[in-house]
Design a protein around this ligand. Structure first.
Ligand code: C2E
Ligand code: CA
Ligand code: CA
Length: 473
């Protein structure tokens, strides 16, 4: 609407025209008011009276324009109420609404007037702080979390409603969608770290997550399409160099990245549940390989067992014992030809299911060995209680052997504890003849390490089996 006054008409019936003018002006004003209301409604969340998604986008564009002209970029605080769904289900819809309205008021009262508080839907709130650096935005966020802390009175009862909060400072290239998405990622991080926390968006964490997601997808495919391979490493009798067993160690032969070591994908597999499928693949492949070696005239003269690494998740699976006994039956192998290596941390969780699985495996007759012994827990009391028959001592102990002559006494003491528990000790990480000799001198029975042989692909290990009678050659 232009502000210049309409030019007065010189007319005899000026009064009539003036009346008409006033009428038009009134109509214009009404129209304006209606438009204004319409826009306000379009920008308002009906339940709480806060701004909505459209209002947030408007405020974001204005703040980004200001930032482009030299002021600081805006900050976004995004919050999700903790366990709001559960609350609504138990207390009812109306109570849920009441909580949302109270939360809206509390957020509003914790921020400054030109900060834009909005509700994006459900129990999701966003606060845009124009031209705000991270330190101040963090302070505001913590103030909001503190404001949400007191119980909310619902008449006949009261509830506590904390929130998970993410903070993102806008970048010049951000659209409102990216901006919200990255703040939302910080909210997820906050949730996974325990609720009622503020988490600042971290691009490195986002990158790591994306990479993990990519790895999970590719790993699933890798298990199915034969990209996994097993390497085999000898376990040797220290007294005579005779082969006692071999440990199957998995690698991922990635079509683009080449050989990937287990440390880089086993934790991902464990975190996502893929480990069960991976473990089954390792079990079947390793047991099948042992059958091949026993059938092959060039290698059949060795009598050694296969060792595989078992993860904590396997002990938690009800099918695991059946998988093991089926794999052995299919290859007509006796149970003692397989030894399962379990880490202390896997075995020591010691819940009902673990104990059941361990006892069933023990009854089945497969060997059970504690792996990385001494790496984590100091208590040795469990050695006596668990149905295991071997202990593989963590390679850290052998590594320290060269540093300090008194270390050998310490290793002898460990060996004595293992022996007095009625168990056999295997020492890993033996890299030199001196280490092997030192361990033999204190009565250790078996060893594993680069001195005897590195983990080798199947063809190379088969060639060694055909060629060698003792390790090292
Ligand atoms: P681990 O069971 O303790 O396996 C021994 C690791 O030590 C292997 O690393 C092996 O290559 C390495 N090693 C052997 N001898 C020496 C030595 O003399 N010196 C040194 N410095 N290292 C030696 P790798 O193959 O990278 O495996 C790492 C870990 O990944 C294993 O530790 C095991 O916990 C896990 N892993 C490997 N294969 C599997 C599998 O099939 N399933 C599961 N669940 N975990 C696996
Ligand atoms: Ca192992
Ligand atoms: Ca180990």
């Amino acid at each position: 609407m232009t502000s210049t006054k309409p030019r007065r008409l010189v007319s005899t019936d000026g009064a009539r025209i003036e009346k008409l003018e006033r009428h038009v002006q009134a109509l214009m004003q009404e129209l304006h008011q209606a438009r204004y209301e319409q826009r306000r409604e379009a920008l308002t969340d009906a339940l709480t009276g806060l701004g909505n998604r459209v209002a947030l986008a408007d405020a974001f564009i204005a703040a980004q324009d200001a930032a482009a002209k030299g002021s600081a970029p805006p900050a976004l605080l995004l919050l999700n109420l903790d366990s709001f769904k559960a609350l609504k289900n138990s207390a009812g819809h109306a109570a849920g609404d009441q909580v949302l309205v109270t939360v809206a008021m509390r957020i509003q009262s914790a921020v400054r007037e030109n900060d834009v508080v909005t509700r994006l839907g459900g129990d999701e709130f966003a606060v845009l702080l124009p031209a705000t650096p991270q330190t101040r935005a963090t302070a505001v966020g913590n103030r909001i979390l503190a404001a949400l802390e007191p119980n909310i009175d619902l008449g006949n009862n009261s509830v506590r409603c904390g929130a998970s909060m993410g903070l993102r400072i806008a970048e010049p290239h951000h659209t409102i969608e990216d901006f919200l998405q990255e703040a939302d990622f910080a909210v997820d991080e906050s949730k996974s770290e325990g609720r009622n926390k503020l988490k600042v968006f971290d691009p490195a964490t986002l990158h790591a997550r994306q990479l993990q997601r990519q790895i999970v997808g590719e790993l699933r495919e890798a298990i199915r399409s034969d990209q996994l391979v097993l390497f085999y490493q000898p376990i040797v009798e220290l007294a005579n160099g005779r082969l006692e067993g071999c440990e199957a160690l998995v690698r991922w032969n990635h079509p683009v990245h080449g050989i990937i070591m287990p440390d880089q994908f086993i934790p991902v597999a464990e975190a996502t549940g893929l480990i069960a499928e991976l473990g089954r693949w390792v079990l079947r492949t390793a047991v099948g390989q042992l059958r091949h070696w026993r059938n092959n005239p060039a290698t059949a003269h060795h009598d050694f067992s296969m060792r595989i690494n078992v993860s904590a998740a396997d002990l938690q699976s009800l099918e695991f014992v059946d998988d093991v006994s089926e794999a052995l039956a299919e290859e007509s192998l006796p149970p003692e030809s397989l030894v399962l290596e379990l880490t202390e941390s896997a075995i020591i969780q010691n819940n009902e299911l673990d104990r059941y699985t361990l006892a069933s495996l023990h009854r089945l007759g497969v060997g059970l060995e504690i792996d990385d012994f001494g790496a984590g827990y100091s208590s040795m009391g469990y050695l006596r209680k668990l149905p295991v028959d071997r202990v593989k001592v963590d390679r850290q102990f052998v590594k320290d052997l060269g540093k300090d002559p008194s270390q050998l006494k310490f290793l002898a003491a460990i060996q004595e504890v293992i022996r007095s528990c009625g168990l056999e000790g295997v020492w890993e990480g033996i890299e030199t003849a001196e280490e092997a000799e030192a361990l033999r001198s204190i009565g250790c029975a078996s060893g594993q390490g680069y001195y005897f042989g590195r983990p080798l692909p199947e063809a190379d290990f088969t060639a060694q089996l055909a060629r060698q009678t003792v390790w090292p050659a």
